[in-house]
Write a protein that binds this ligand. Structure first.
Ligand code: CP
Ligand code: NVA
Length: 303
């Protein structure tokens, strides 16, 4: 395993397997009330430049449950807000902490930070990727479907940070991934070309019906991500045909599960009927962030 998880392209097949197994083990022990204090005495910094409910709190709880101390850092309260170089911040925090989870805007920022840091750096969401979310979502898929073998996963909506991380995962894990995105909101062409060199079953279409046909998993996300709030109006128009609703579910496999990383906007990218319906696994998905984040911290910070 590399020092950092900055995107899922950092992980090999064996790393995915190790994280899925460790998360399942930690989850089972947690349910039985068996403590796992594998990180006693360590400290995890959480630098967040964007809001968060699930990622922040599940990382904080994960650290506490493993015996480590989480330290929440709002970058606006640090010297980074007064232009202290990101690399200097990384060097200094490496002297205090044993790991950092970082949520920020550009992928470049987290890469600069990680290159200068001696400690593990974990991407807690950037504009380009959301790797930890897709790791915990894959854990949920494995729990619900038994394995990833032979599955078709569809992505309906924006070719955003979540979509990119699903593409990265499919490139290594080999499952069929059907993405349906409006033309102007597709994942980057070069990025798709690279991924398709590794997995020919990564398909991109503009038709939600084609992408959802026979799918075992239907996935969606908000139409305007954090930082894109000013584009909300134009996005609402472009994405209107991409709503995950009962009609779309009709073409998917009968036992298809519906996923959304949350927060969700009922009546926009997904109807309330589907989000709160029997095929939705969104609350299990949210729970699994805790167990997967424990596995990530355990594997990266125990050394
Ligand atoms: N899914 C997710 O990352 O949610 P938060 O923005 O609440 O962390
Ligand atoms: N694509 C969304 C994910 C939120 C968890 C965003 O970046 O805002």
């Amino acid at each position: 395993m590399k020092k950092d998880i900055l995107s899922l392209a950092d992980l090999e097949l064996s790393d995915f397997t190790r994280l899925f197994n460790r998360a399942a083990e930690l989850k089972a022990r947690h349910k039985k009330g068996i403590p796992d204090r594998t990180l006693t005495g360590k400290s995890l910094g959480l630098i967040f430049d964007k809001p968060s409910t699930r990622t922040r709190i599940s990382f904080e709880a994960a650290a506490i449950q493993l015996g480590a101390a989480p330290i929440f850092i709002h970058s606006g309260d640090t010297q980074m807000a007064r232009n202290e170089p990101i690399e200097d911040t990384a060097r200094v925090l490496s002297r205090y902490l044993d790991g950092v989870a970082f949520r920020t805007f550009s992928q470049e920022t987290i890469e600069q930070f990680a290159a200068a840091a001696d400690i593990p750096v974990i991407n807690a969401l950037t504009d380009q990727f959301h790797p930890c979310q897709v790791l915990s979502d894959l854990l949920t898929v494995i729990e619900k479907k038994g394995s990833l073998d032979g599955l078709t996963i569809s992505w309906i909506g924006d070719g955003n940070n979540m979509a990119h991380s699903w593409v990265n995962a499919a490139a290594v894990l080999g499952f069929a991934l059907n993405l349906a995105c409006p033309k102007a909101y597709c994942p980057d062409k070069d990025f798709m070309r690279q991924a398709r060199k590794k997995n020919k079953r990564i398909m991109l279409t503009t038709s939600p019906i084609d992408a959802a046909q026979g799918a075992d998993v239907i996935n969606t996300d908000v139409w305007a991500s954090m930082g894109q709030e000013h584009q909300q109006q134009e996005r609402r128009m472009a994405f209107a045909p991409y709503q995950v609703n009962a009609l779309l579910l009709e073409v998917a496999a009968k036992d298809a599960i519906v996923m959304h990383c949350l927060p969700a906007h009922r009546g926009e990218e997904i109807t309330g009927e589907v989000l709160d319906g029997p095929q939705s696994v969104v609350w299990d998905q949210a729970e699994n962030k805790l167990h997967m984040h424990k596995a990530i911290l355990d594997v990266l910070m125990k050394k």
